[in-house]
Design a protein around this ligand. Structure first.
Ligand code: FAD
Length: 271
């Protein structure tokens, strides 16, 4: 995660172990892994909106999931010093949907995979039913309090699960605009949004373009509705940073903008 606005963390954080229940392809660039069972199936608390979590999965060749002893900073430090033969892969993801005992995770099947490295995208493409996982609930960043005139939602495909959750959580009489960038027309998904929220899909159609650049250009050139907005902006870090800067320059209060850099283009793969 790069920069973000305030996080609304759960009070009690516990690592919940479970397993893969199903793996499907939602659209050409989005894989869905359904997890549940064990502690995860019994104890996961759905919070709606952009609820996100830390996902622990085994690296290729690991037959068991060795979790850090705790979830505080000390536990994270212990995780970082685990030998790679034992250390699980740890990445951040969003709850796409829940059903009793089950959580859907939508993972972008991104192409920028470096030879010799491991990634959550690679795990999603090859995991099998019964593969072990663990989730650590991290809460939400969306914190609109109902006093705003309209809602702005902006994301590229890595933020599509969060955007979908935020749109579904809005009151049904909410007004607003959503700019959602996807790689191809086939990556557009049906979403549950209030009738008063206009969803504009932005299709990149250029495999070399940096995700989020089209959305940033479009939002900064758009005529936005009058009144006080609450903005939710996530994705490749230049997108939330750029949209936030633009909105603040237009007079939007920083506290009315929930934003999070989800990943960084050109960054070295995570550990
Ligand atoms: C709060 C939060 C919620 C998130 N929710 C989701 C979610 O629901 N679904 C989702 O798909 N992602 C989500 N992300 C983003 C995800 O954590 C990152 O994309 C992560 O880097 C993917 O890990 P990886 O192991 O596949 O790739 P890494 O090993 O981290 O990176 C490998 C290479 O791929 C590049 N890369 C990483 N992500 C992308 C991408 N999306 N497109 C193109 N290139 C990429 C990196 O720059 C790097 O060069 C979320 C991030 C945060 C902080």
């Amino acid at each position: 995660m790069t920069r973000s606005s305030t996080l609304l963390k759960p009070v009690d954080q516990t690592l919940l172990r479970g397993e893969v229940l199903a793996r499907t392809r939602v659209t050409p660039h989005m894989l869905r892994v359904t997890v549940g069972g064990g502690e995860l199936g019994d104890a996961f608390v759905p919070r709606g909106a952009d609820q996100w979590f830390r996902l622990f999965v085994p690296r290729p060749g690991q037959d068991a999931l060795h979790l850090p002893p705790g979830v505080d900073l000390k536990g994270y430090a212990r995780y970082l010093t685990m030998p790679e033969s034992r250390r699980p892969l740890l990445r951040n993801y969003t709850v796409r949907a829940t059903r009793p005992g089950e959580v859907d995770i939508d993972l972008v099947a991104h192409g920028e995979l470096h030879p010799g490295t491991v990634s959550a995208a690679g795990w999603a493409a090859r995991c099998e039913v019964g593969s072990p996982v663990a989730l650590l609930d991290e809460g939400t960043t969306f914190a609109a309090d109902g006093t705003h005139d309209w809602t702005l939602v902006v994301a590229e495909e890595s933020g599509l699960p969060a955007a979908a959750g935020v749109l579904a959580a809005l009151p049904r009489d909410a007004h607003g605009l959503a700019f959602l960038e996807v790689p191809t027309r086939e990556d557009v998904q049906p979403l549950d949004a209030p009738a008063g929220v206009e969803v504009r899909w932005l299709v990149r159609d250029d495999p070399h373009a940096v995700p989020g650049a089209l959305a940033l250009r479009t939002v900064t050139a758009a005529t936005l509705p009058a009144g006080r907005p609450y903005a939710f902006v996530v994705g490749e870090q230049a997108l939330p940073q750029g949209v936030r800067r633009h909105l603040v320059a237009q007079g939007v209060a920083k506290t009315d903008i929930a934003f999070c850099g989800y990943w960084k283009h050109g960054a070295r793969p995570g550990r």
